[in-house]
Design a protein around this ligand. Structure first.
Ligand code: HAM
Length: 421
């Protein structure tokens, strides 16, 4: 590892890469804004119980992946591994527990101590959305539609939407018993992890990736068929609304999702442009109980991995920053003491008027200054020496075309603007 490399699974984001991030962030703000979502910014760390209770002690994230440490008062705190639990904690300050709807989205870093691999990071970034306070299939369908609108606006094509229902808590014991009975018959063929899951959390066997387990899983009984009529109807109502919108989906009985708070609808978006870590986004409806609360917060939402969105856009050959025209700058080159004063003052004046300006340090040769102009990718250069100053003009050079002309100071700003825009 090079001395200056960031820790495994983390990255520095350099200025030339930031355009791609802004493009994702601004597209998110624009799309979610049209669905009346407002941005929420919560702390990057929370009391550890928020995640333990919120995500469930049994989840892999809580058991193995959290960055947990004691803060100054000895309280255990954790870097957020996801955004839903912290968002719910924040929204307890509103009327969500009394059924008043809140629509929020968030953008920011999340932390999971996973083994780094392509698309799997220890610090990654999510764009997430939560619709909180009410239960209705309409809201699940609208949330999924919003995720697809976001992907569409990012130019992402070829993604697959997978959908399943987890029922509600009361539906699960009978279904889990049926699954347990089924898997117990094949216990010898299950991987070691799945044998443990058979005792701990039988649902997690359904998304095991081991080939020999997959062969068994393919024949599981129709557990969703055992859910109550109202749960089955709920799911049908979600699907009906997706059909109204012409949204294509695959019902995937093996999709259970890794977090324990889900009920009813769960979904995931995958893309072939990613490798093994092929989920761009995931979410669903949830009931999440926070420490000290007896009533769960209910909602529906999703999060999309920003690094993965970028990987997919790259695989599709889409321009990283969405073809946004980067603002170009004007370079001011000066030779001589008086010209130096002009450069310093004129740069300040142009910047005040909204034009980006680059310069090189005083005393450098004209050649060195023009090299710097290239380095800054300037659109044009204003060149002044004491002689030009005396005449009240500057030389304005179009660095793309190479033409240059003398321009009177009075007209200079207008001429620069034509070239930088
Ligand atoms: P999640 O499926 O754990 O769900 O994460 C959502 C997305 O974050 C994944 O589909 C993936 O794109 C990205 N992601 C997760 N872990 C990593 C990682 N280690 N490296 C890179 N990207 C990653 C949640 O986090 C839920 N809170 C989503 C949600 C919101 N459900 C309801 N509301």
């Amino acid at each position: 590892m090079a001395k200056s490399a960031p820790l495994p699974g983390t990255s520095d984001i350099f200025p030339n890469e930031v355009g791609a991030w802004r493009f994702l962030e601004e597209t998110a703000r624009s799309v979610f804004g049209r669905f009346n979502y407002g941005e929420l910014r919560t702390p990057i760390f929370e009391a550890t119980e928020v995640f333990q209770r919120g995500l469930g002690d049994e989840t892999e994230v809580v058991q193995k992946e959290m960055y947990t440490f004691n803060d100054r008062g000895g309280r255990s705190v954790t870097l957020r591994p996801e955004g839903t639990a912290g968002t719910m904690r924040a929204l307890l300050n509103t009327d969500v527990l009394n059924g008043v709807e809140q629509r929020v989205f968030y953008i920011g870093p999340m932390f999971r101590g996973e083994r780094p691999a392509a698309g799997r990071r220890r610090q990654f970034h999510q764009v997430g959305v939560e619709n909180v306070g009410r239960v209705a299939p309409e809201l699940d369908a609208e949330t999924i539609a919003m995720l697809l609108a976001f992907l569409e606006e990012l130019g992402i094509t070829g993604a697959t939407l997978k959908l399943n229902t987890r029922g509600v808590a009361a539906d699960r014991p009978a279904a889990a018993a049926a699954l347990k009975e089924f898997f117990s018959k094949h216990v010898d063929l299950l991987c070691e992890d799945c044998r443990k899951r058979l005792e701990g959390n039988v649902w997690r066997i359904l998304d095991c990736k081991v080939e020999s387990c997959r062969e068994i899983i393919a024949n599981v009984p129709d557990y969703a068929g055992m859910f109550s009529e109202s749960s089955r109807e709920y799911f049908q109502e979600v699907c009906k609304r997706l059909d109204w919108l012409g949204i294509k989906y695959e019902i995937d009985p093996f999709l259970v999702r890794g977090l324990d708070y889900y009920v009813h609808t769960v979904f995931e978006i995958t893309h072939p442009g990613l490798g093994a870590q092929n989920a761009i986004a995931g979410g669903g409806r949830y009931e999440l109980t926070l420490p000290g609360e007896s009533k769960p917060v209910i909602g529906v939402g999703f999060a999309a991995g920003m690094e993965r969105l970028m990987m997919v856009r790259e695989a599709l050959n889409l321009p990283a920053n969405g073809n946004e025209k980067e603002p170009r700058c004007v370079f001011i080159a000066a030779l001589g003491e008086a010209a130096e004063e002009f450069k310093f003052k004129y740069a300040a004046e142009l910047r005040k008027q909204g034009i980006a300006v680059a310069t090189e340090l005083a005393g450098k040769s004209m050649k060195a200054q023009m090299r710097a102009a290239n380095r800054f990718n300037a659109a044009c250069a204003v060149i002044v020496g004491d002689e030009e100053l005396a005449k009240g003009v500057a030389v304005l050079k179009d660095l793309a075309g190479g033409e240059q002309k003398e321009v009177a100071f009075a007209d200079l700003k207008t001429e620069i603007e034509k070239l930088v825009k």
